[in-house]
Design a protein around this ligand. Sequence first.
Ligand code: FAD
Length: 449
Amino acid sequence: MIEPIRPPQNIAIIGAGIAGIACALSISRELSPFVPDLKITVYERHDVLSTSGGAINLTPVAQRHLAQLGVLNELDRMGPEGGADVDAIELFSMRSGRGIGAINFTDHQGKGFGGYKGRRVMRISLSVAMLTVAERARNVEIVFGKKVISGEEFADRAVVRFEDGTEAVGDLVIGCDGVHSAVRTNFVDVDRPAEYTGLSFLQATIDTNSIPSRPHFRTSSLNISRHGSMLASYCDRDREQIFAAAIVQFSREALALYRLKPGQDWATQNKIRCALRQEIRDRFRKCAIPCIKEMIESNADWMLYPVYQVPPGGRWCMNRVVLLGDAAHAMPPRDESAAYALDDAILFSRILASYRSEPLAEVFDAYENLRRDTINRAFKESRRMWERNRDMGLLEGRLKEWMMTFHIRSNEQAREEAWAFDATKMALPTPAPSEDLVSLNSFLRDRTL
Ligand SMILES: Cc1cc2nc3c(=O)[nH]c(=O)nc-3n(C[C@H](O)[C@H](O)[C@H](O)COP(=O)(O)OP(=O)(O)OC[C@H]3O[C@@H](n4cnc5c(N)ncnc54)[C@H](O)[C@@H]3O)c2cc1C
């Protein structure tokens, strides 16, 4: 007699970032009706939530998916700290101060797409909101202080080993541990380490009141120059804080000199802070926009975040292990990056539930077939966007400004169509009926649901 295939009951998720928590919530929702004793454990390397990372922009798609997971409600409950609504990211030339165009998160009537606009929120607020919702989920547990260092697969289980000498066993292990994923580099695809893109973010949060000039933007702006771009955006509903992020070319050699590390003495940290301030001033000192110039001249503490990527084309899965989010396909960050991590989580868990009577290999195949092309296209587009932040000459810089206006307009329709995407409604492949009784049963059951 053929043993029926059971869906995974004990699932280990590595990483409590956007993909990891979204995956835990979504699997809990999709699979628990079929697996009453479902157990999902999220293992996070940090002992406590990290307060670094600045603010993140959420597109209408990301907001829709966070709303479906119950996270947006939690963010709204936080009041001003739950983030600033973003109607549009306005683009300006730092050279002339002139407006170049806008990426609008509202339609002609001022309404968001499918009810959602953009939102700029501090990462720590988003993490707190996601963890609060996860804590309420009956079958989800989050364990901190568990840094994965290796792993191994067996016929019926996968094992991950932690730095503290302990290990966890799962019928299914999901690597959501970000761009430098230990799950990827230690067992799914050891030859695919993250690559430095040559570009970095220099980020700071600045009190609005400390800037004498009135900001030139409504909620969010991207100010471009031939030496990189400067993003300036409110990140709280009361507009008391401006999140500033310079996106600049930065050599690999310079990274080591400018990085703040735990355990560094005060004098070294102070030297790095002064050097970063000077770097910002040297690059953007000719800026024609008063409030940006004041931010540049201020004593803000800029932090360096090198940008890494994981080139597409590598493996996403083994027999019992799969990668989602940045662990699988970190692309140079753009406003849609978090949305891709959320889409991954929702689509994977829906496929897992609908293929619950199929072997995991079929789940992974169906997921990859659905996602690969979308991710490859998004990766190429991100690379193209990021190339525009490399240092360039005078004429090339002027050309970039002209092209930007054209580019924003010509991509408007594609952007708005992308914002209508709903991963909870996307049609999924169904398990193919086969002569195998188990597959046939699951096919028939899905048709009657
Ligand atoms: C500077 C910067 C700015 C960005 N701005 C935006 C933006 O404005 N909008 C946007 O949509 N996207 C933005 N992104 C991209 C976005 O942050 C990522 O796409 C998104 O966070 C991916 O989510 P993730 O869960 O896959 O990875 P992460 O958010 O990186 O989460 C990974 C988690 O795994 C944990 N982890 C790592 N290693 C281990 C291990 N060995 N063991 C256990 N746990 C581990 C980490 O501590 C972390 O909690 C930005 C990225 C950067 C770097």
